[in-house]
Design a protein around this ligand. Structure first.
Ligand code: ATP
Ligand code: FE2
Length: 320
């Protein structure tokens, strides 16, 4: 059985193809604003331009044609409406052409499921860290429960905003990681963890007020050390509270080696399991959407409407 998955919630247009639950192709292209953050209209225009090319590339890589597709999945939300529309239109078009079922997928749940699949950890605490989201999640009784979360912006968003202050273009994560590795001096930043919730906007303000001269490497190093420590401490609390013996980190920021290293150290100290999600599946991609659609293939869905705010804990996880 072949499933095609289409991702278009924000900056990335991605197309993934699975044969049963095995990833055959995952092609993507990311919109990069010339300066500043995402401009929704420009991101959607990028997706329209690249959509058919991504579908063709993914089919070619998987060695199949459109007629071989058995199931079509797309990101229903959460995300930017103008961007979501492109993926939904592409999915419905493929559904119509092939006469196959189309399923809408919650983007956040796709990040969680691809992490469980690629690590093989069946029931971990999940630290979901991306641009828009920062949540600590566990599974209980047919739902993913949000145990702790950011009270303001996502950690990736903080990283991108600090990047802008330091003249690093969007998405700033990879460059900040590179610079942080060269940092030596820790600049004390606000450590804002309350129970299992975190907040980041105070850190952004603090960094914007740092007096020059300071080294950019030290600023990036201090940023990473502070926010990752907050996230790992919150994850550890969730693991202790829920009595779960494993952790996965997923979402765009999970590409960061230092964050993974901290997660690994914390888990080894408590005798828990930890495994890294491969980089090609941490950031937004079509393969994770195809996989979440594949898991949902036998279940009825109320509608395929787009949902800009689509909370993870509202989805019934009938397949677990
Ligand atoms: P979501 O809708 O799940 O919030 P998103 O639109 O933010 O998704 P993702 O691809 O999941 O998209 O995450 C992108 C974020 O990941 C950006 O903020 C980017 O800076 C960050 N990021 C990418 N690589 C790294 C890295 N190596 N270190 C830290 N952050 C990273
Ligand atoms: Fe994402």
């Amino acid at each position: 059985m072949y499933t095609i998955g289409i991702e278009s919630t924000a900056h990335t247009f991605g197309v993934g193809i699975l044969k049963d639950d095995e990833v055959m192709a995952s092609e993507r292209d990311t919109y990069r604003p010339k300066s500043g953050g995402i401009i929704p209209r420009e991101a959607a225009a990028h997706h329209y331009r690249t959509a058919s090319d991504m579908v063709s590339r993914a089919l070619k890589k998987a060695g199949i044609s459109l007629a071989d597709i058995d199931l079509v999945a797309f990101s229903q939300g959460p995300g930017i409406l103008s961007c979501l529309r492109v993926g939904s239109a592409a999915a419905k078009f493929i559904g119509k052409k092939t006469g196959k079922k189309v399923v809408g997928v919650n983007h956040c749940i796709a990040h969680l499921e691809i992490a469980r699949k690629t690590t093989g950890l069946a029931d971990p605490v999940m630290l979901y860290v991306s641009g828009g989201n920062t949540q600590i999640i566990t599974y209980s009784d047919g739902r993913y429960i949000v145990f702790g979360e950011t009270q303001d912006i996502g950690v990736g968003n903080l990283i991108d905003k600090v990047g802008r202050q330091l003249s690093i273009p969007f998405p700033a994560g990879p460059k900040i990681e590179e610079l942080a590795a060269k940092g030596k001096r820790y600049i004390k930043l606000p450590y804002s963890l309350k129970g299992m919730d975190v907040s980041f906007s105070g850190i952004e303000t603090f960094v914007s007020r740092l007096q020059k001269p300071f080294s950019v490497e030290d600023a990036c190093y201090s940023l990473q050390e502070t926010v990752f420590a907050m996230l790992i401490e919150a994850s550890e609390r969730a693991m202790a509270y829920c009595k779960k013996d494993s952790l996965v980190i997923t979402g765009g920021v999970a590409a960061n080696s230092r964050l993974n290293e901290m997660g690994k150290i914390m888990c080894s100290e408590r005798g828990a399991k930890f495994d890294i999600v491969p980089k090609e599946f941490t950031g937004d991609n079509g393969a994770m959407i195809a996989y979440a659609g594949y898991l949902m293939r036998d279940y009825k869905q109320s509608d395929l409407a787009l949902r800009q705010r689509f909370r993870t804990d509202t989805v019934e996880i009938a397949y677990r």
